[in-house]
Design a protein around this ligand. Structure first.
Ligand code: SDX
Length: 428
């Protein structure tokens, strides 16, 4: 017998079916609530609301578990690579050797972008934040590939849009950086792998020979894996709701880039480094800044701490923390803000304010320290997050389309004026 939930309103009982997932999460299916009971639910920030059913990523916030298509993030980060993880997220299974080679070769064929994209790039002053440049260049692809405006055109067309998105993201990211630096852009060198190709586009200068540092390329690949998907977070939910209107993959992803930009979401990795630098400049008194983070009137939050879902350690933070140590040692970098970050974590995790609210370091707390050691400038940190999150956005957009989900259109509780007659201004 299907399990149900009962709702009693004004003495009347309504029954709703329970939906159970493969990891025993349970939801009340209120699909008929308005029709049956004339009621809607209210849940600011959707803290208790499931927007969809998905087979892509599972996370357990209490146990600190994260899996992509059933594989643990720990195993994937230790043994896989970003393109293999991208294939897994998007197509549901790890690729065979042939599938991987075709996927990687297809991506190499599309790393160039239409030269007219340079005209869009040239329109951005070097003061532009790279995230705004990235979102604009991504959305502009609808102009060069108008067939993408019909997302249901054919599975071949969808595959081509997926390949083009993955192939051009590093080019757009590197060009956004070059625009900020006032440097000439570089074109993709397809003799290199994904991360090395990006690094050369980003760092190579006309006057110098650029050598790929394998330590940097490996660290970057691991960071992209760790950011690749995270179920229904703010930016992914944005990609889904834009995609639900049958908008193209490029405009849906461009919307996701903009949502990720916010300092409470992907923009936090940039804010963490700015915060650590501020604490260092202020003398490194971590107790003082922990006290400010606990003081609601200070307007200061411990960036990189806390999470809507994880009420335990973010498993990605643990991996990144160890990787930060390894990378800094291998590169011989001694970053004083790492010591401040470690001290902040130690003090916060002993403090009742953070313990009671289950606030732990999240994925953004240590990532900026590695990015900085890799020579990536602070306002490119969230661009790196977007590069990593791209396969997740694609996978979720594709799943939504394949499941033929309805257009997203939440309801509201109206709290404004009741009906009142209009009186023309001269008579008021
Ligand atoms: C990402 O959703 C995802 O999966 C996101 C992400 C992904 O991979 O896509 O994991 C990536 O966005 C990670 C989060 C990056 N953001 C930050 O690090 C910014 C700092 N963190 C917070 O602003 C906050 O923790 C959020 C936004 C992450 C979560 O906010 P919630 O779930 O809405 O929680 P809340 O703001 O209601 O906080 C609950 C309590 C409040 O105190 P009380 O009102 O109960 O007294 O905890 C406090 C908050 O004031 N609190 C913090 C805090 N985070 C929460 N206090 C101090 N410092 C913090 N960082």
């Amino acid at each position: 017998m299907a399990k149900t939930a009962e709702l009693i309103v004004d003495g009347k009982t309504y029954k709703f079916p329970l939906v159970e997932g493969t990891e025993n999460e349970t939801a009340i299916d209120i699909g008929n609530l308005l029709e049956e009971a004339g009621l809607i639910t209210l849940d600011l920030g959707y803290k208790n609301t499931g927007a969809t059913k998905s087979a892509i990523t599972f996370l357990d916030g209490d146990k600190g578990i994260l899996r992509y298509r059933g594989y643990s993030i720990e195993e994937l980060a230790a043994s896989s690579n970003f393109l293999e993880v991208a294939y897994l997220l998007i197509f549901g299974e790890l690729p065979t050797t042939d599938q991987y080679k075709k996927f990687s070769d297809d991506i190499k064929k599309h790393t160039m972008v239409h030269e007219d994209t340079r005209k869009i790039l040239d329109g951005f002053p070097s003061s532009s934040h790279p995230m705004g440049v990235l979102a604009s260049m991504f959305c502009a692809q609808t102009a060069f590939y108008p067939e993408s405006l019909d997302p249901n055109r054919s599975s071949e067309a969808v595959y081509l849009s997926i390949i083009r998105s993955l192939a051009k993201m590093p080019t757009f990211a590197a060009w956004a950086y070059k625009n900020a630096m006032g440097h000439p852009v570089n074109y993709p060198d397809n003799s290199l792998d994904y991360c090395a190709r990006f690094m050369k586009m980003m760092y190579a200068l006309p006057a110098e020979q650029y050598e790929i540092d394998p330590v940097v390329a490996d660290a970057l690949d691991k960071l992209l894996i760790l950011h690749a998907d995270h179920e229904q977070n703010c930016s992914t939910s944005t990609v889904r709701i834009v995609g639900s209107s049958k908008a193209s993959i490029y405009s849906s992803i461009s919307a996701g880039i903009n949502a990720l930009w916010g300092p409470l979401h992907g923009g936090a990795n940039q804010e963490v480094i700015l915060m650590l630098e501020q604490i260092k400049k202020d003398g490194g008194d971590t107790d003082k800044w922990i006290a400010k983070a606990k003081d609601k009137n200070s307007g200061f939050r411990l960036m990189g701490f806390g999470h809507r879902v994880y009420k335990n350690f973010d498993p990605r933070a643990k991996i990144i923390k160890k990787a930060a140590d390894d990378v800094l040692k291998k590169l011989g970098v001694n970053d004083p803000v790492l010591e401040i970050a470690l001290k902040l974590e130690e003090v916060a995790l002993r403090d009742s304010y953070f313990i009671e609210r289950k606030l732990y370091p999240n994925v953004d707390f240590y990532s900026g320290i590695i990015y900085r050691a890799l020579g990536i400038p602070v306002d490119m940190f969230t661009v790196m997050f977007a590069m990593g999150r791209l396969p997740g956005w694609i996978a979720q957009w594709k799943e939504l389309r394949e499941n033929k989900e309805p257009i997203g259109r939440p309801r509201q509780i109206y709290t404004g004026q009741n009906l009142r007659p209009y009186v023309a201004i001269k008579k008021r």
